[in-house]
Design a protein. Sequence first.
Length: 500
Amino acid sequence: MRFIIVFLLIFLCLGCQKEPEPGLSPHPTNEEHEHHDDENQNHTEDKSEPEGHGDEHGTHDEHGDEEEGFLTLTEAQKKELKLTTTAVVAASGQSTGLRPGRVEADPDRRVIISSQVSGTLQNIYVQVGASIGAGTSIAIVTSPEVTSLQTDYHEAEVEAELARKELANKNELFRVGDEINRPLETARLEFTEAKAQRDTASANLQSAVLKNERLETLLAEGIASKQQVEESRAERKALEAALRQTEAELDIAQSHLEREKRVTKSQLNVKADTFPAEARLARAEEQMRHAKERLSQIGASPEAHNGNVLLSSPISGTVVERSASRGELVTPGEPVAVVVDSSRVWVWVDLQRSDLDVIDRGDPIELSLVEQSERTAGGYVDYISPQLDQETQTLKARVVLDNPPEGFHLGSFVNARVTNGSGATAPAVPEQSVQFVEGQTVVYVREGEGYRRTSVILGAPVGNGQVIANGVKAGSQVVVNGVEQLKSLDLSDKIGGHSH
């Protein structure tokens, strides 16, 4: 067995004495083998060492191969490849990586100035780019419909004035002519007359009763005749009937008087006479109110007669569009101008479905212009749409920017990176250091004078690097510049039949 081992070592030494080919060599040096053999747990320590090799090379000679995925370069090779490394950092939070976005106006701060009626554009007072305040006049439209409404308003105004005067005259007539109390006074007079007639009939009846009683006595004494007594009886009965009649008339007069007292007290008679005038006044005022409201809604003056509608801006901002010119016929809803208040804008960002595992509302977001990446802005995720786009399978996230920085104009395209605020840390490396070898995601970690190909599992992006779930530790040095050439060297040696 020892003979076989010695034979293999002699064969290997003879092969190592050949002059190396010019160019880059992926084979590690003895010094690097000394570094890695100390870490190799699979090497045996009880094998005898061949002559000319130290203890640190025993494992290397036993396997007869360099460790796979480990490259040892000379200083000249490092300079030729222009290799640079950077430390793996402990990044806080996770991000979505770069996501496209667009700056848009806040819908509540964008106003389309348009007419509510058809008409002719008589004048327009603003130009595109003008900064205006709330209430600034934009244009004037002359409309036949407005003229008709103004006519209706003035006709109702005249009708209301006439009804108002008629009602005033009625009330004055009642006051001066004492028309209010006349029915009551008439009822009182009737009651007084009826009472007097009743009293007269009662007195006459009483006299006739006394006369009849005296004649009845005289008849019994043989002084009066029977005919006189009969006449007295007939007169008495007639006066009793007359008394009953006057008492009935008195009751009627008294009821009439009581009714007139109630009517006078409630002024029902006044209301009956003034009701037509009051109704005319109410109808005219209602017509005025409706016409005035409609004219105010469309921006026309109720007092005018010219049919003009004044279009004004309800907000402060900048005129970004002017869609019509003087003399044009405008229709309801047709834009005349557009005013935007850009002191607050919305940025809509297209997120991937997987981003929902990383971010939530309130997470910070970094924005940069696509064409001018040095122009940046920061904000927070204000809203995440619950609905995916059916074609792109993305969903919208909104960022509200107050007083956006210079360059963030409406319609600008931006790149966005959303970072969660979990505070958890994970090792992160620059994106350009990540490579793909044989279906694995790897980085090249510097170990001593060599570079080890290390498989990693990537997490979500953070800042300018990828979050590494495992495979490297914070503080390790990974190759950034020249990593593509290093990977090519690694793969070319594998293809050539060697292993590292």
